[in-house]
Design a protein around this ligand. Structure first.
Ligand code: PMP
Length: 415
């Protein structure tokens, strides 16, 4: 069998990579650097997006299952959200104080997120997790921070997974436990000698390179009970999961409410915004810490967030769940038809895909490489993202192309 390999031109992309490498360390850095960590056929630079589709700088169109790594949640160039943002944009973004959207958005979060009795705003997820930790320390007067091994909570010195440029002192107050292992949380508590300001945890385990793992009810209930018992804060890091599982809170399904929650990514559909919400007991401490940023009060992203949350709480999460369900089922059926065993984990709105017996990732790299050449953006080792804008047509078109990508992959790895 001969499988045709669709050719695309990535000429403008290649030229930009070369120019970037000359003037930017590493060319492109961070989680969006395909130059460092993805198959060579991935575009690095994009020009525009609409709904669930993006165009690279060479004009090739893709159905996007990365959604900007989460921020896009209701569609690129969503007309309702962009109109709300534009209305404030023409009036001004960074003014000498917040706009009325600041108050309206705080009210909306208090109404929407079950445990929220107050809200604060910033720009990135790292801001939000940092504010939550500092609030917890101010409220408890304690020091140590307990986090799950390999869980990512931000790029500052105490959280970044990369050792370069970080000192042991930066990490001195972090003690790690294993996700879904309450005994290991107890061990970490004992190691801290009672000096625990906060336990920070993601709603499910979404580390890269490994199967995603839901929190067991025992774990969610257990960390809540431990935090209460030892007088520390339970911080739920919903930077990645926020409004893709349950707008009221990802652990509502277990009846577990954190003290503080960090949001960012999807909260304003791509406009830069983060939020921390909390319970009343932490409100005083949150008012005493000094946290701020030059752009944190900007009204545009807050106007966008009000519009985004309106969409997500009115059928948006259900729509992305149904699109994610259809995509997962389609991928599973196709994989089996082509004689592959794939393992799909995590919520369908944040799918993670791997091939069985693929420790070196060669099969998943070949498959995602074949998919990208056919106009479908998938990730070989990171969780992906669905949005409320993934239509039936997007899923059908994507599955037509992934079927062909599976066929090409099979031709490279014959049975
Ligand atoms: N927490 C989690 C769970 C995240 O996934 C991320 C970003 N991937 C962060 C915090 C940090 O967010 P940001 O990159 O916006 O600073």
């Amino acid at each position: 069998m001969t499988i045709s390999t669709p050719q695309r031109q990535l000429l403008a992309d290649a030229a930009l990579r070369e120019r970037a490498s000359a003037v930017v360390p590493g060319g492109v850095y961070g989680h969006m650097s395909v130059m460092r960590q993805m198959p060579p056929s991935y575009p690095q630079f994009y020009s525009r997006g609409s709904g669930a589709r993006v165009h690279d700088v060479d004009g090739n169109e893709y159905i996007d299952f990365m959604c900007a790594f989460g921020p896009m949640i209701a569609g690129y160039a969503n007309p309702v959200i962009d109109a709300a943002a534009r209305e404030q944009q023409v009036l001004g973004d960074a003014l000498s104080g917040p706009t009325s959207h600041f108050v309206a958005l705080a009210e909306l979060l208090v109404e929407t997120v079950a445990h929220a009795e107050w809200a604060m705003f910033a720009k990135n997820g790292t801001d939000a997790t940092s504010i939550a930790v500092v609030t917890a320390r101010a409220a408890t007067g304690k020091t140590k921070l307990l986090k799950a091994r390999k869980s990512y909570h931000g790029a500052n010195a105490w959280f970044t997974p990369a050792p370069a440029g970080v000192t042991a002192a930066d990490r001195a107050n972090i003690i790690e436990f294993d996700y879904n292992d309450i005994a290991s949380v107890e061990t970490a508590v004992a190691e801290a000698g009672g000096d625990v300001a906060a336990i920070i945890v993601t709603p499910f385990r979404h580390d890269g390179l490994t199967d995603q793992e839901y929190a067991t009810p025992e774990f969610a209930v257990g960390v809540r009970a431990i935090a209460t018992r030892i007088g520390s804060a339970l911080i739920l890091d919903e930077v990645r999961t926020g409004f893709r599982i349950d707008a009221a809170g990802a652990w509502e399904q277990y009846g577990v409410r954190p003290d503080l929650t960090a949001f960012s990514k999807g909260i304003a559909n791509g406009y830069a915004l983060a939020a921390v919400v909390g319970i009343d007991a932490f409100k005083q401490a949150a008012s005493e810490i000094y946290v701020t940023g030059s752009f944190w009060m900007g009204g545009v992203s807050m106007a966008a967030a009000v519009a985004t949350l309106g969409i997500l709480t009115n059928g948006g999460i259900a729509a992305m769940t149904s699109a994610g369900d259809a995509f997962r089922t389609g991928i599973q059926t196709q994989a089996e038809a082509h004689g592959f065993t794939v393992v799909q984990t995590g919520p369908v709105t944040m799918p993670f895909l791997r091939f069985e017996d693929d420790a070196e990732l060669s099969t998943v790299f070949a498959f995602t490489d074949a998919a990208i050449r056919r106009g479908v953006i998938l990730h070989p080792w990171h969780n992906m993202f669905l949005s409320a804008a993934h239509t039936d047509d997007d899923i059908r078109d994507a599955l037509e192309r992934t079927d062909d990508a599976f066929a090409e992959t099979r031709s490279l790895f014959p049975l």
